[in-house]
Design a protein around this ligand. Structure first.
Ligand SMILES: Cc1cc2nc3c(=O)[nH]c(=O)nc-3n(C[C@H](O)[C@H](O)[C@H](O)COP(=O)(O)O)c2cc1C
Length: 209
């Protein structure tokens, strides 16, 4: 049986357009959501919301995307507009994740955002643990006030953290470039050595020994 660390070491997103049926059923989805909302959350603000878009919701959001795209691109052809209509409909399930920020709260806004980022990543991990796959995308709709408003949020305050597409993998995931640990992990032993970066993991630490 794969343990949790193996799962994390092998986790890969799937391209949204390759995600197929089935998506998680209601019972599994509830477990995935329960796991993904169990994130560090300074001040217990729960400063995030997840909206489930099944096919009817996806179609409504797709209609809005097509409308916004056509208005912003008067020269767009039918194929391009159809692509935008299809954008939120690429996978069995779409989760819209929004940060409901509390400006001026003693918990800084960036901490509230980070907690929401943890929710998105946990959604991917939980979905993969449950045998599904996903992709976390923002794309242009996440940055359009009309989309934020249509989802029922306040574009002046709230931030779309992303759209998490979920479904079943239809093709094996190829490995993706990862940074060398020594490039991103260093050991800090005191101010004079802060310039030193680079850390060598203990022998065998990366190959399961
Ligand atoms: C906040 C956020 C937004 C992203 N938005 C996009 C996007 O708009 N378009 C895109 O192609 N990839 C986007 N990505 C990257 C995808 O999630 C990509 O599938 C992922 O980085 C693949 O790596 P993985 O297999 O390690 O998950 C985004 C990632 C993050 C964290």
């Amino acid at each position: 049986m794969m343990d949790a660390l193996d799962l994390m070491l092998g986790r890969r997103s799937a391209l949204a357009q390759t995600l197929t049926e089935p998506g998680p059923d209601d019972r599994l989805l509830a477990r995935i959501l329960r796991a993904a909302t169990r994130v560090p959350d300074h001040g217990k603000l729960a400063p995030w919301r997840i909206q489930i878009l099944r096919k009817p919701g996806q179609a409504r959001l797709g209609a809005l995307c097509a409308e916004l795209f056509a208005a912003a691109n008067p020269g767009a052809n039918d194929k391009q507009i159809a692509f935008e209509r299809q954008r939120p409909q690429r996978a069995p399930l779409l989760l819209a994740v929004t940060a409901k920020l509390r400006p001026g709260h003693k918990i800084p806004e960036h901490e509230q955002l980070l907690s929401g980022g943890a929710v998105c990543q946990s959604l991917l991990l939980a979905a993969e643990a449950a045998g599904f796959a996903g992709q976390w995308l923002t794309e242009w709709p996440a940055y359009r006030a009309e989309v934020v408003r249509a989802l029922g949020h306040d574009p002046a305050v709230d931030r779309m953290l992303g759209f998490v597409y979920l479904g079943s993998r239809s093709e094996p995931a190829a490995e993706r470039w990862r940074p060398d640990l020594a490039e991103v992990v260093g050991e800090w032993t005191g101010p004079v050595e802060t310039a030193a970066m680079g850390w060598t993991p203990p022998a065998g630490a990366l190959n399961g020994d």
